[in-house]
Design a protein. Structure first.
Length: 255
């Protein structure tokens, strides 16, 4: 069932979104050559604790997962598309890092992701991150009352296809509210004019995941969580929680 939020609920979700933004900023600030992925998780945990917020990631176990997720952020490096578990891996010069984070505050959830380079960037990786950001921006711009979910999906796909990037077909955005994952599912590919109608108060987590090699296939690591591009190509993941309003899209996970 799709839940339409009140204006008061969207305001409450904005506060959860601010916590997510601060946690992501802290994790990115902590990132550097020689820093472990667990240290990034610790930086995000500190922000959540200071805000009195919980984590929708910690202990989360969807049907595909062999074990509950053990951290408050996902850390996906280089060819990892999403869901990477923070480990003792120490970041190296040129690593492309995607961090996904959520927060639960006063009963409401926020969810967002960023991608960035540690140390010296490769131009191709900067192009990939730029394409992912443009795909997200296009999806957000399509969040207009009276349009449909397929318009958002088509906008994302248009940018990804134009950049010759692949996207894992089984994963995409989702509704969000009291829980991190709610109806409706939001594919990153779709036909305009199709799907659930966009209404004032619908809140979505929009999250393009682009793979530079152009293939849509992916594989899952032995940890049962980490998704990787099938050809080993670099990947990027950027996400915002967005409320659809009669005044236009309202991004709830900005700083």
């Amino acid at each position: 069932m799709v839940e339409i939020k009140t204006d008061a609920a969207m305001d409450a979700m904005r506060e959860a979104g601010r916590v997510v933004a601060r946690a992501l900023a802290a994790a990115q600030k902590a990132a550097g050559i020689g820093v472990s992925l667990r240290e990034l998780d610790e930086a995000a945990r500190a922000v959540l604790a200071e805000a009195g917020a919980g984590s929708p990631f910690l202990g989360y176990r969807p049907s595909f997962a062999p074990v509950p997720f053990p951290a408050v952020i996902c850390t996906s490096v280089n060819d990892a598309v999403a869901h990477g578990i923070p480990t003792g891996y120490r970041l190296r010069d040129g690593d492309l890092v995607s961090i996904d984070c959520g927060a639960l505050l006063d009963g409401w959830a926020g969810d967002a992701a960023i991608s960035f380079i540690v140390g010296t960037p490769r131009p191709a990786d900067l192009d990939l991150i730029d394409a992912t950001r443009r795909a997200l921006d296009a999806g957000i711009a399509a969040c207009q009352v009276g349009d449909r979910l397929g318009d958002i999906s088509h906008a994302i796909d248009t940018v990804a296809s134009g950049a010759a990037c692949g996207m894992p077909a089984d994963f995409g955005g989702h509704g969000i509210g009291r829980r991190m994952h709610e109806d409706p599912h939001l594919p990153n590919r779709g036909r305009p004019g199709r799907g659930f109608p966009l209404r004032h108060g619908l809140v979505l987590a929009i999250e393009p995941m682009l793979m530079a090699g152009g293939k849509n296939a992916y594989r899952t690591d032995t940890d049962g969580w980490t998704l990787r591009s099938i050809d080993g190509s670099q990947s990027a993941h950027i996400e915002h929680t967005v409320a659809i309003t009669s005044e236009g899209p309202r991004v709830l996970t900005l700083p």
